[in-house]
Design a protein around this ligand. Sequence first.
Ligand code: HEC
Ligand code: HEC
Ligand code: HEC
Ligand code: HEC
Ligand code: HEC
Length: 220
Amino acid sequence: MKQFFRPSANLFAVISIFVSLYAVAGIFWGLAILDRANWTRRVNLPVEQPIPFSHQLHAGSLGMDCRYCHASAAISPYGNIPPSDTCVTCHHEIKRNSALLAPLWESVNNDTPIPWVKVHDLADFAYFNHSVHLTAGMGCTNCHGQVNEMPVVWKVHDMTMGWCLDCHRNPEKNIRPREEVWNMEYEFPPPAQQAVLGAQLVNEYGIDKSVLANCSICHR
Ligand code: HEC
Ligand code: HEC
Ligand code: HEC
Ligand code: HEC
Ligand code: HEC
């Protein structure tokens, strides 16, 4: 090959290898940023649903307790979405003929679930458990924000590993008395008082901070 290329061609080859390495690295870097960007993670973007079910109306104005529909969060790993029957309890009379409720009657008549779109959806390789967090004094608002004020639900946190770890390293900043976990109006005391209360609750609830950042806690 040597006779076909001038010595400067070697330099050119080396440069083009470097340029393409950087280009490839750049693409991965870009993808990584995009993956963490709020836009791709749909943070603060309302999610379109088959029925525009309003938490603002039902849990806010009508004052329904979250447990009316999501009680299993307290006792199981999952938050669960209520079955159509839960809606029928009221809507067989209220707004029965509303066009917005057509998918509800379709679901009841065909005995199929309403195809709700998941708002929060962790990667399968990460393990999460609701009841453990509720027992540890972590409230719905810590992770989901003021759902009772949302006309349709959106994510308020990106739910990346960094976000999980931020709390796992400092649970005392986010902890509240257990009986307040469903309370959407709970107000945390000012930081200095929270530091004292937080340390006390972490101790009382037997939370072992030293293991919470271990990979095997969430990747099992
Ligand atoms: C009348 C039943 C009902 C009540 C009461 C209710 N929800 Fe919901 N919730 C639903 C339904 C149906 C969905 C699925 C549709 C959607 O995401 O909007 C849902 C979705 C959610 C989601 C998003 C789930 C996902 O896809 O990731 C969260 C978080 C949530 N609810 C929290 C709450 C909280 C907190 C309360 C109390 C303030 C509450 N809900 C009260 C019925 C209810
Ligand atoms: C405890 C009773 C109750 C339950 C349970 C309930 N709703 Fe409602 N819903 C109401 C009331 C009351 C209204 C307001 C009616 C009005 O504006 O006059 C309403 C309004 C609505 C509307 C707006 C209808 C329109 O035309 O303005 C939709 C959509 C709706 N609900 C969907 C649902 C879905 C889906 C579920 C089940 C996840 C559900 N509701 C569960 C009581 C309930
Ligand atoms: C420590 C953070 C945290 C707390 C506290 C928390 N959640 Fe969640 N929630 C999550 C995560 C993470 C997911 C997504 C889980 C997944 O995709 O596996 C989720 C998913 C959900 C879902 C959707 C479940 C499904 O089957 O798709 C509902 C509903 C929900 N949460 C309701 C609640 C309610 C109600 C409370 C308060 C009692 C609450 N969550 C407290 C983090 C939390
Ligand atoms: C607001 C604070 C907070 C956030 C956010 C949070 N956690 Fe936790 N998590 C805790 C605390 C506190 C414990 C310790 C519970 C105990 O030891 O009783 C815990 C425990 C756990 C456990 C151990 C459960 C078991 O069975 O022992 C897992 C798994 C876990 N968290 C996963 C996650 C994942 C995944 C995320 C992010 C999607 C997350 N957590 C976000 C506070 C949080
Ligand atoms: C508190 C829970 C938690 C702990 C502890 C944790 N992870 Fe993760 N990890 C997650 C979650 C949640 C995701 C998925 C985030 C997403 O959806 O992008 C993740 C994603 C990852 C990924 C995929 C790449 C990425 O960044 O999305 C790798 C690799 C990983 N974790 C390795 C580790 C290692 C190594 C450790 C121990 C040093 C560890 N994790 C500890 C929750 C955790």
